[in-house]
Every structure is written in structure tokens, then in C-alpha cells.
Design a protein around this ligand. Structure first.
Ligand SMILES: C[S@@+](CC[C@H](N)C(=O)[O-])C[C@H]1O[C@@H](n2cnc3c(N)ncnc32)[C@H](O)[C@@H]1O
Length: 300
């Protein structure tokens, strides 16, 4: 196939990165508009569509438009995402705030009705909390963004065991009653909850590239592990420097994504190759958050 690069992969055969959508390859990275990529993917082919769209803030990769036009553009993307989503699949939209004249407009609130109009079911509104960002002087500084997790039906794939986190008190036992002496928590770990504390990818983060708004690999890995199975297709319509594709390939899933910026797509290709080769710099999902009051910041 033309435009394909080959590399050793976790899939146990040569990694193929296609420049158009192909069901045969580990990763399809398309240079161009998200609708062109999405329209080339068959109905129901994707188990997970996960993305962080432009927030309409006038970054170098987007033209700032009125909020109505922005929502219309998102509605076109969402309609295609719904079409390619498998019956037991999921759609995750990671968004922050659109800001106009100091007024914030949370994009999850603005976009929720668009998803709902397609009959999607909201399973979680995940709050992603991070410690660093702009310091505001006229309002409280923003330190979270949101992931809206929707499913297409009531029969959806969710593997909690794949994403359990350590119990706070692992050996804790019931001290009275019929279960006295038995472990009070699941020894395999607990549900990670709907508040995820992970550093955002700023200057000294090991995953940082020249992209101004990449999300951390771990954020997407947790979704990939919980909502898909090995071999499944994960699609990101606004793939940036390929974080979603890296998270998918690292875990034996297939990926497809689009971006209009050649420089970001080039980095995405390289990161996918590194992910397959095991050389991609990444902050592991289970690495504790730095705590200045603990020895070595609480790191092992
Ligand atoms: C918030 S960034 C996503 C970053 C990505 N999550 C990552 O970790 O690298 C949004 C991306 O959408 C891309 N973009 C903007 N308009 C687009 C369009 N019409 N089709 C595809 N990509 C687009 C931008 O170039 C930008 O890289």
C-alpha cells in the first residue's frame, strides 16, 4: 500500500502506518480534515472514538469562530463519530472551556445536547484534575478539564478489572460482623473513580513535544484498556501528535486519526513507531503524583 512505513511492532509482525484509513494496519494517520478520514471508515467499525477537539481559542491550528459555528462544526464530527461507533462501543470527548471576554463557556455543557440528540448515553463525566496552568487574576485558576464518556447502547464493553488502582489500605479487614477477618476491599484494587489526577503535559513532562495542547498518554490508556479489547479500532478525529494512536498501539489496539497540521502528523508517526518499538518516552499510568511533603516526592 502506498504511503506506508514499516517497523517492528508489538503486534508481532511489521508495523504498518497507512496514510489513509486501512482496516489491515496498526495505525492509519491521515493528513487532512477529520471528516474526510471519518467518512472513509465503515459504519460500526470503531470500538472507541476518543478526542480532544480544538477549543476555538485561536491557536495556530484553528480559526476562532462564533460559538454557533463552532458547535455546528463539532456536530458534523460527532455525527460521523456516532456512525462509525460499534453498537457496544464508546465515544469520549475531552474538553475544557471556551473563553470570551473573560467569560468561560464549559464545552462539555455546550456539546452535551449534541450527543444526546443522537441517543447516546452518558456513562461518566470524568474530571481530569492537574496541578499546573495559567494563573488567573479575575477568577479562580482553572485546574481541571472534563471527559464526557458516552456509549451507543446499554450493552457496552467496560472492563473494570483492566484499570483497577491500588486500595488505599490494601490489607484492611472487616473487624466485626459475619465478614470479620475478611478483606474489606477487592484485593485486585479499586475502581479509579471519575476524578483522575494526572499531570498535564507542560514544559518538563517527559512526553512533551512542540504541540501546545497534547494530552497525557495515561489519560487515554485508561480509556483504551477499559473500553476496548486487543485488536479493536480506536479513532481520534483530531489526533495532534498522536497520543491516542500511541496509547492504542502500546496496548495492542489499532488506531486511526487525522490532523490538518503536517508537522504534528510527522511527530505522531514517529511517536507511534517509538510506541511499537518500546522507546516512546511516557509517564506510566500508575506513577504516583509528585508530593513535595514525602521523601523523593512520594516516587518509588
Ligand atoms: C487539542 S489538539 C489535539 C491534541 C492531541 N490530543 C494530542 O495529544 O496531540 C486539536 C488538534 O486538532 C487539529 N485540527 C484542527 N482542525 C482540524 C480538522 N478540521 N481536522 C483534523 N484536525 C484538526 C489541530 O491541528 C490540533 O492538533
Amino acid at each position: 500500500m502506498s504511503g506506508m512505513v514499516q517497523q517492528r511492532t508489538l503486534f508481532g509482525r511489521d508495523l504498518e502506518i497507512a496514510s489513509q484509513y486501512s482496516p489491515e494496519v496498526a495505525a492509519s494517520l491521515y493528513l487532512g480534515d477529520r471528516l474526510d478520514l471519518l467518512r472513509s471508515i465503515p459504519d460500526g467499525a470503531a470500538s472507541l472514538i476518543v478526542t480532544s477537539p480544538p477549543y476555538n481559542l485561536g491557536k495556530d491550528y484553528e480559526d476562532e469562530v462564533g460559538i454557533g459555528e463552532y458547535i455546528e462544526g463539532q456536530a458534523e464530527t460527532i455525527a460521523e463519530a456516532v456512525r462509525i461507533c460499534a453498537e457496544d462501543g464508546s465515544i469520549c470527548w475531552q474538553v475544557g472551556n471556551y473563553v470570551e471576554n473573560g467569560e468561560i463557556m464549559p464545552l462539555d455543557i455546550v456539546l452535551y445536547p449534541v450527543f444526546r440528540a443522537h441517543g447516546l448515553k452518558l456513562r461518566n463525566r470524568i474530571v481530569w484534575h492537574f496541578g499546573h496552568g495559567l494563573h488567573c487574576s479575575n477568577r479562580f485558576s482553572g485546574r481541571y478539564e472534563v471527559i464526557l464518556w458516552f456509549t451507543k447502547s446499554d450493552s457496552y464493553h467496560f472492563d473494570l478489572d483492566a484499570v483497577r488502582v491500588p486500595q488505599k489500605y490494601p490489607g484492611k479487614k472487616h473487624y466485626k460482623g459475619p465478614k470479620a477477618g475478611q478483606l474489606s476491599g477487592n484485593p485486585d484494587g479499586k475502581n479509579p473513580s471519575d476524578v483522575w489526577i494526572m499531570p498535564n503535559v507542560k514544559a518538563n513532562h517527559c512526553e512533551k513535544t512542540e504541540h501546545p495542547c497534547q494530552f497525557p498518554i495515561a489519560l487515554i490508556e485508561r480509556l483504551v484498556l477499559a473500553l476496548t479489547e486487543p485488536g479493536d479500532l480506536v479513532v481520534d478525529p483530531y489526533i495532534g501528535v498522536g497520543t491516542t494512536a500511541a496509547a492504542a498501539v502500546l496496548n495492542g489496539r489499532r488506531a486511526a486519526g487525522a490532523d490538518i497540521m503536517p508537522k504534528y502528523l510527522e511527530i505522531a508517526r514517529e511517536r507511534v513507531r517509538q510506541a511499537a518499538a518500546g522507546t516512546l518516552p511516557r509517564r506510566p499510568l500508575d506513577k504516583p503524583i509528585y508530593n513535595p511533603s514525602l521523601p523523593n516526592g512520594g516516587h518509588r
